[in-house]
Design a protein around this ligand. Structure first.
Ligand SMILES: *Cc1c(COP(=O)(O)O)cnc(C)c1O
Length: 461
């Protein structure tokens, strides 16, 4: 075996990770410059593997964004824990197809173990099933496919067999600030945007229980409520306790999009935010966000394992399935068939942190978010636009004689150009804001202070 390509990859990866904390966080590369570096015609003849890897590392480098570093605060994205990166390297080397037990007993049991650990850590009901998917988008899709299956089955309709044509109408309700991927999932499932009833939210973006009660009043048939744990702007949580109680009266399925917020359940301090989460029917989350494992790693949890499997069911004579209960055939829980063995990285991340380590990481990120808010709001012309309850901070910049939206956008672009840290803008309640998300396992208090200095310098100049 020629190990030179792997040696080259190892050297380049370690060099990169060791410098990720000091390089400019964003990349200023244009698409054109990147095409010059990585474009061109497909070569007629092949090149030695090690040279290909070395050259890729060198040419791609200026276009690499330091999301793995400690001062990336954009898009609710975490980095990757060393144990998770190590396990991910092995996952690639092993090249397991994690669809079937027979193709990788190790991958199947690693995922089974992770499922048991996570139901405990996240406070989900015992016996809940889970599929490992690419991310929050597919986790929402998988959960809502199970939801559609279950609520229509109760109405006497097998949607897996008969499809949606002529099916009883499903009422779908979602908070006004539901994540776009919930709508993306519903579209794929034949329940387009117009079929969703928007439920009013409060000043922090939380679904208003009375509004949900009113929206469900006339509903008698199959219904799905899409709730949210962790608003992508404010970090706020829908009141799951009340929402699940209201939904239960109507036998409506409650799905929780907890792409990052579900991890609050792992923290004693933050668990009250997510009270009632165990009363929902399905939960979507990401391991590649707050658990800090490499992409692609989403998790789709469904309480009703029968509906989950019925929604995903595919059978073929050539599939060598394991005996019932003998081992997990992962493809039964996901829309995918052949699949990367994502469980190894999640397993390694959880094992390297332990329960206490996950809790400490969540609490630390939230403490950093509060520190950001405290330091920034002292400066003249700077206001914090949300209640900082989790890891999200929304910041508004104003200066005399200047339009606030324009000035906030200008400050954001200066912050990004400076490169000390990286965060992006959002528009929330019709105002332009800087959105800071703290999700990284390696962010320190010093990183927060350095970032605040850069942000305030951008505002002062
Ligand atoms: C990030 C996010 C998603 C989408 O997750 P992906 O992993 O990017 O597919 C869905 N919902 C919420 C609330 C999110 O923050």
């Amino acid at each position: 075996m020629d190990r030179t390509a792997l040696d080259a990859a190892y050297a380049a990866a370690v060099k990169y990770l060791e410098s990720a904390g000091e390089r400019p966080v964003g990349s200023g590369m244009t698409a054109e410059a990147m095409r010059d570096a990585l474009g061109g015609p497909l070569p007629e003849e092949g090149e030695p593997a090690a040279r290909v890897v070395e050259e890729l590392a060198r040419r791609a480098d200026p276009g690499i964004v330091a999301t793995a570093g400690p001062r990336f605060f954009g898009f609710v994205i975490g980095g990757s824990l060393p144990a998770a990166v190590g396990a991910d390297w092995l996952t690639s080397a092993w090249d397991q197809n994690a669809g079937l037990f027979v193709l990788s007993p190790a991958a199947a049991v690693a995922e089974e173990t992770v499922l048991a650990w996570l139901t405990g850590l996240l406070g989900l009901p015992e016996g809940t099933g889970m599929g490992f998917v690419t991310g929050g988008q597919m986790a929402n899709t998988t959960c809502l496919a199970a939801a559609r299956q279950a609520v229509l089955a109760r109405a006497g309709w097998d949607v897996a067999a008969r499809g949606l044509w002529n099916a009883p109408q499903v009422t779908v309700l979602a908070g006004d600030e539901a994540h776009v991927t919930v709508y993306g999932a519903l579209r794929l499932l034949g329940m387009g945007d117009a079929s969703v009833t928007d439920v009013a939210v409060d000043a922090q973006g939380r679904m208003v229980p009375d509004a949900l009660r009113a929206a469900l009043r006339g509903v008698t048939g199959p219904a799905i409520v899409c709730a949210q744990a962790g608003n992508v702007n404010t970090g706020a949580f829908d009141p799951l306790d009340e929402i699940t109680a209201i939904a239960r009266e109507k036998r409506a399925w409650v799905h929780v999009d907890g792409a990052f917020g579900l991890w609050a359940a792992a923290s004693a301090r933050h668990r009250p935010l997510i009270k009632g989460v165990e009363n929902a029917d399905s939960w979507a989350t990401d391991a590649h966000k707050w658990l800090n494992v490499p992409y692609d790693s989403g998790l789709a949890f469904v309480r009703d394992t029968g509906a989950h499997r019925a929604a995903m069911l595919r059978t073929a004579a050539y599939l060598q399935r394991s005996e019932p209960d003998a081992g997990r055939d992962n493809y039964e829980w996901t829309p995918e068939f052949s699949r990367r063995a994502r469980g190894f990285s999640v397993y390694a991340a959880l094992k390297s942190l332990g329960r206490k380590g996950v809790e400490a990481m969540i609490d630390r990120c939230c403490d950093h978010a509060r520190l950001f808010a405290r330091l920034l709001e002292k400066a003249p012309g700077v206001t914090i636009a949300n209640d900082v309850v989790l890891n999200q901070v929304l910041v508004r910049f104003e200066r005399p004689g200047e339009d606030g939206d324009r000035w906030t956008r200008e400050v954001i672009s200066r912050i990004q150009r400076d490169g000390t840290c990286w965060a992006s803008g959002t528009v929330w309640k019709a105002r332009a804001l800087l959105r800071i998300s703290v999700c990284g396992w390696n962010t320190t208090e010093d990183d927060v202070r350095r970032s605040v200095a850069s942000i305030l310098a951008a505002h002062d100049r």
